[in-house]
Write a protein that binds this ligand. Structure first.
Ligand code: NAD
Length: 463
């Protein structure tokens, strides 16, 4: 009697690429959010494995079942089978909307002629791009291991091929932490930053700083560097500036992102875009999933959402696999007090400098505070994923009053804060549901709030 173990998870877990099959993101999401789970079935069966699979396939309503084998070379056969499955799935997706595709193919030259008359794609242009992209996808997928910018050990090992990366906004708070993590993996890192907010000192020696603006310098930098991946973090991040100067906000966050997208398209570079959860969803009743209604209160949220939509449209139009990440309120070393989660740095700076911290309103407003090391890990993991939009938060909300008490404990300084009038237009609740990132990116925040605050205090108090 032969004991046969059949594993179905490769079939159910094939990463679904948004827009790949003609479905829009909303249609796609339910399928992605309900994977079949890790089902492992053991059968006592006297039949040949091939025969045994058929009823199982029917019963489980899957296309193919892949068997675990104990013979030498089983791993490579499994990989081969997996590759075939992926290819077949892609083919099916391509075939399913064939009628629509045919119509699209016929319209495409005209459509593209309207968009870019000078660069009509020909098959000869597209073929090498697709081959290159496939190679890079394989390579980038290996970035998907979670890292923590401050643990330092896991991502030091040279287990991956070297990646050439551009980090826009790499002299800023989150970007410079991304740079550190890439350097720790021995990647080649180029930073594009106009230093409007970022600091030269934030850029570690191993990275090359190109001082420039994403709106005017992305194309030339990409042509020079030919990056495999771009982590796009440069942005106008000040919500108040976006209210006072919405045209500036849109110019940097929308038009600037389009310049980066175009540069990436020319070279087949993979893009990971730093978007925002809090500013896009608006008021939340509980942890907001990615399909939560979008109700930005400020132009900043609108410009980030618009950039996300362009990225999704490029994925559909050009077959790219860019990823947008909606960060929660990020805090940690190198945090600027003016950022979205600036309150952590504001409170800590005040305590360090002997000043009295100020809480607006009664302090019951809640936010989802996520440590920068965890955000870096999610950002690198996204480089290996095939498109999509993901929340990067903890799922926990913390009120301003509670945050202040925790900061007092982390700093071992107790001081009564002062209260001021509530600020107009401030959200009461903002919290993100990170379960999609957990399922698809294999990412989970590793630091508790208290651990993250302790690390942040260590950095701020030493400055
Ligand atoms: P940051 O201001 O520290 O970093 C942004 C960097 O972009 C700065 O170094 C700045 O000099 C640079 N920059 C701005 N405009 C530029 C331009 N036109 N050309 C080139 N460089 C330019 O901000 P951060 O907190 O590190 O945020 C990084 C990204 O994450 C941003 O896109 C932001 O919208 C997003 N984000 C941040 C948070 C947060 O809590 N900090 C939350 C959600 C999303």
């Amino acid at each position: 009697m032969e004991l046969l173990a059949l594993s179905l998870d490769p079939v159910s877990r094939l990463p679904a690429r948004v827009g790949d099959d003609g479905l829009d993101e909303d249609e796609e999401r339910p399928r992605r959010q309900h994977p079949a789970g890790d089902e492992e079935i053991e059968l006592e069966h006297a039949l040949e494995p091939e025969t045994a699979r058929d009823p199982l396939v029917r019963q489980r309503r899957v296309d193919v079942a892949v068997g675990h084998d104990v013979l030498p070379g089983a791993e490579s056969r499994r990989d081969h089978a997996f590759g075939q499955l992926r290819a077949r799935r892609r083919k099916e997706r391509r075939l399913r909307p064939r009628a629509e595709l045919d119509a699209f193919e016929q319209q495409r030259p005209n459509l593209l002629a309207e968009l870019r008359p000078a660069r009509l794609p020909r098959r000869n242009d597209v073929a090498p791009f697709r081959t290159k992209r496939f190679d890079e996808q394989v390579r980038l997928r290996r970035l998907a291991r979670a890292v923590d910018a401050f643990e330092g050990e896991e991502h030091r090992g040279r287990t991956i091929r070297r990646v050439r990366a551009v980090v826009t906004g790499g002299a800023g708070f989150i970007g410079s932490n991304v740079v550190d993590a890439l350097l720790a993996r021995d990647d080649e890192v180029h930073v594009l930053d106009d230093l409007s907010r970022g600091k030269r000192d934030n850029v570690a020696d191993g990275a090359r700083l190109h001082e420039g603006d994403i709106r005017s310098d992305a194309a030339s930098l990409f042509a020079e560097v030919r990056p495999d991946v771009c982590f796009h973090l440069a942005a106008q991040i000040d919500v108040r500036v976006s209210v006072e100067r919405p045209e500036l906000d849109a110019d940097v966050n929308v038009v600037g992102t389009l310049h980066v997208l175009e540069a990436a398209r020319e070279l087949g570079t993979k893009l990971v875009f730093s978007s925002t959860g809090g500013a896009i969803y608006g008021e939340c009743d509980g942890p907001a999933p990615e399909d939560h209604p979008r109700a930005p209160l400020a132009p900043y949220g609108v410009s980030k959402l618009a950039a996300e939509e362009y990225i999704a449209a490029y994925n559909r139009l050009w077959g790219s696999s860019h990823v947008s990440l909606r960060y929660g309120n990020v805090y940690g070393p190198r945090q600027d007090p003016h950022g979205e989660a600036g309150v952590v740095a504001i409170f800590m700076n005040a305590l360090r400098d002997g000043k009295t911290p100020r809480i607006y309103g009664d302090g019951s407003q809640t936010r989802d505070y996520v440590f920068v090391g965890d955000v870096v890990a999610a950002t690198l993991a996204a480089a290996g994923h095939d498109g999509g939009v993901f929340n990067v938060g903890t799922g926990n909300e913390t009120s301003v009053v509670e945050l202040y008490e925790r900061i007092e404990r982390a700093s071992a300084i107790a001081r009564e804060p002062e209260h001021a009038e509530p600020r107009a237009g401030e959200l009461q609740r903002s919290v993100l549901d990170p379960s999609l990132a957990s399922r698809e990116l294999g990412w989970k925040p590793a630091r508790s709030l208290d651990e993250g605050l302790a690390a942040t205090w260590a950095w701020i108090s030493s400055g």
